[in-house]
Design a protein around this ligand. Sequence first.
Ligand code: C2O
Ligand code: CU
Ligand code: CU
Length: 471
Amino acid sequence: MAVSRRAAVTGLVALGLGLPAIRSLALPTSRPWLPRPVELASGEILAASRARLPFTAPESRGYGYNQTSPGPLIRVRRGEEFRIRIANHLNEETTFHWHGLICPTEADGQPQNPVLPGESAEVAFPILQRAGLSWYHPHPHGATAKQAWHGLGGFFVIEDEEEKALGLPSGEDEWFLFLRDIQLDALGRIFFPDDAGGSEGTLPLINGVVNPRAHAANRQLRLRILNGANARVFRLSADAPLTLIGNDGGLLETPVPVDQIQMGPAERIDVILDLRKIAPGTVVGLRDDSFAAPLLEITVREGAPDHWQLPKRLSTITPLVHHGSEPDRVFTFQGDSTINDKPFEPTRIDFAIPFGKVERWRFQSAQGAPHPIHIHGAHFQVIQRSGRGRNQVEPWERGWKDTVLKWAPEQVDILVRFDTYEGRYLLHCHKLEHEDGGMMLNFVVGKDPEAALEKARIEALYGPICTTRQG
Ligand code: C2O
Ligand code: CU
Ligand code: CU
């Protein structure tokens, strides 16, 4: 016992975590420490390659960005220009999609803009949107599920003055958690089931390790959580009070206490985990309904007193206004591979949306659910969920979203306005096997929608008509 205790203490000191109560270390545990994502340094290249991942057999390889999975965290400020060199060191094509970022079509990392093996490219666009947690991941035609499953994905954080003024927990008290799941074969190598209905793993991963543990001060922790899984829906709860403060598109208007949060693939939440009343030495679990063991075990230790008060008001969300209750467009997600009876076709552009107009869209489906439905090029507001099922907009679906989870009999209505860029964007299911299987479509946004559609259709078939860009 003495030996293992000393070893544990030495390990903690090496990790720079200080000395917690020895009592809590008496029981050896096999849980790995929760890694903090490294931050991408400015000017550093972002390269996709094969990578050694900690949860596999030593000789096995997954994929990573800059050799890590999740990849390095990218942090930018609203109003800045985001500029980066991306490189593909894999021996298959990939793309770099900035999920949740409103950016021009050429920078969006869509399937029609692959980075070929051995190639690199420069990406630059201004950060025009409010603070929030977005992410980046591959989006190559037909191979997104495989590449994400093998480890490609990373955080993309936008900061702004409004958020900074709230004084939310930061530094040691702000944690980024990249949730996903994985399957290994008998030899400990990554096994990709490639299930057309959505690949689910048997092992949960947080920041690239299985069932980690961590230490936290008895303060308020800000947890910024991403469901980066191919297909799994997480139902999260914790052994301490959770208050929701934000989601995909940034802060909510007001904080909402929650017991359980349901997160579909690609959705993000921002929550405060209140550990102030937890006795030092207590282990607090972050749990998911489908796994018996907590996803994460947090051992609470005595920290500096926390006098910060969660503000009653976090932000202002201006509601989009649409007249009439009839949807402008209805999308039916069928089986594993179609929207409105059509599978994705790279060169087919389905419709044009008038720039700046608020539209009401309805998502429905008979089977194949859950479908986490995602739109490129704009954020949206979820206004109604009807039909059999939950019949309500969940607290984590208020504010601005870029992905919404829909179960089979439910019908979800959203309001959306494309008012940043004209160009070609995507609507798809973010269950990645559904996306690869064809549950995706192209549309265009234009000030003159008919002309934009015409031009986009010709360009999809024959390449760019002219090289000068709009604007
Ligand atoms: Cu997160 Cu079109 O993707
Ligand atoms: Cu996206
Ligand atoms: Cu789907």
